[in-house]
Design a protein around this ligand. Structure first.
Ligand code: HEC
Length: 115
């Protein structure tokens, strides 16, 4: 191989890896639409759209998605302990967490209403 073709080959590999990364990060981002469906299971306790009126169940509506994902992962790993949420988070994939978090973040009526 000539030096130029080696560089071309390296550029192609680099672009391929960049494309893979773009696909991976696109999947990691939560979809509020998909999250709306998945969040139905949370409604019993956290209220419709995450607006809970019962202090036992935290308000999730309007909360930052990043925080919600962090808490769900902590419940799943057991770092944060709660008999109910440990069981629920154990059944969730990373994508499920990103999706429900995107949905609850977009649901504005919780914290916004309280301010
Ligand atoms: C059977 C009742 C119940 C259901 C169903 C439930 N949760 Fe929870 N959730 C709780 C309780 C209770 C807590 C408070 C735990 C604590 O005190 O640490 C909680 C806490 C949380 C927190 C932490 C909030 C914060 O401010 O730190 C998140 C995030 C959460 N739940 C997400 C979900 C999601 C997403 C679902 C649906 C997939 C769900 N929960 C379903 C009872 C429930």
């Amino acid at each position: 191989m000539t030096k130029v073709s080696v560089i071309r080959w390296q550029v192609q590999v680099f672009l391929f890896l960049l494309a893979l990364l773009a696909v991976a990060s696109a999947q990691a981002a939560g979809s509020a639409a998909a999250g709306k469906d998945k969040a139905r299971a949370c409604q019993v306790c956290h209220g419709k759209g995450g607006v809970s009126s019962n202090p036992t169940y935290p308000i999730l509506a309007g909360q930052h998605a990043k925080y919600l994902v962090k808490q769900l992962k902590a419940f799943r790993s057991g770092t944060r302990k709660d008999p109910i949420m440990n069981g629920i988070a154990a059944k969730m994939s990373d994508q499920d967490m990103e999706d429900v978090a995107a949905f609850f973040e977009s649901s504005q009526s919780g914290f916004m209403r309280l301010r």
